[in-house]
Ligand binder design. Structure first.
Ligand SMILES: [Zn+2]
Length: 279
């Protein structure tokens, strides 16, 4: 059984076939999906929880879908909207049992949809709420053009505001170097690999992945974006997480079954969940 640790199931690109998409994921061996609750902005932060309840309900009635979990968070670009009302909404969502993580949150200096100081402030306020609700965090971090500036600032914030919680989190769609991977593990984070691991130009990322300890890895799709080879360029979906797992297995000289059980175990350990799901 595989777990897709990051998918935007509420994307409108699934409006026409969301049920069929989830059935395909189940058929591909995906036993659980973490549905990311950022929407197109804070007004849609609750959508992941809604889907989680809807499809888990159908699952309990016998439908062949993966078990869904939800997150909630304010994406770096949207931190200009992180006022008291929005932060109270986040807090209320994190109080729900299905909402197991706060994210994706962090710093993005590549697109810089919000000024850096606003991103940082919004990030820290969310860390405070997540700490209070005892929810691990899902980190989005992207530097400006090939630099590690955002990572440097990210680790400063995490050292000051997060390490002491002991809650850890996930470095989502990891794309940085070994130094950043090593520091993430040291902070108690899991490093999640997405479809870009399969791309021809990702040689450096594959070298990082090949050095990862088995208890530090996860796989994800970041669907609907970033479809792995051979689906690159198409709409991505949770079923395709199998391709990334296969690539990771090759890099670590392990069988696909070993990667599946390690990543599943890591996910349950981080979120303190009982392994009662799956095939
Ligand atoms: Zn995402």
């Amino acid at each position: 059984m595989l777990i897709d640790s990051h998918a935007h199931l509420d994307s409108e690109r699934y409006t026409g076939d969301r049920e069929a998409m989830l059935s395909r994921a189940w058929a591909a061996g995906v036993g659980a999906v973490l549905s990311i609750g950022i929407g197109e902005g804070p007004a849609e932060m609750h959508q992941a929880l809604g889907l989680c309840r809807q499809f888990n309900g159908q699952r309990e009635n016998g439908a062949n879908f993966p078990r869904l979990y939800a997150s909630a968070g304010i994406y770096p670009h949207c931190t200009t909207q992180a006022d008291d009302y929005v932060l109270a909404k986040l807090d209320a969502l994190l109080a729900e049992p299905e909402v197991i993580a706060c994210g994706e949150i962090g710093l993005d200096y590549y697109h810089e949809g919000a000024p850096r100081n606003v991103q940082r402030e919004g990030f820290i306020r969310q860390l405070e709420i997540a700490a209070e609700r005892k929810r691990p965090i899902l980190i989005h971090c992207r530097g400006s053009n090939e630099t590690t500036d955002a990572w440097k600032d990210l680790f400063l914030v995490l050292e000051e505001h997060w390490r002491s919680t002991g809650l850890g989190g996930i470095m989502h769609c990891f794309g940085a170097g070994w130094e950043q991977a090593r520091r993430s593990l040291d902070l108690g984070f899991l490093v999640s690999f997405a479809g870009n691991l399969t791309y021809p130009k990702a040689e450096l990322l594959r070298e990082v992945a090949a050095r990862m300890p088995l208890d530090g890895i996860l796989v994800e799709t970041d669907a609907p974006w970033l479809a792995p080879a051979p689906h690159r360029g198409q709409r991505n979906e949770p079923a395709f997480v199998a391709q990334t797992a296969q690539t990771l297995a090759g890099l670590l000289n392990l069988s696909e079954a070993e990667i599946a059980s390690a990543t599943t175990e890591n996910f349950y350990r981080l979120f303190n969940l009982r392994p009662d799901v799956g095939h």
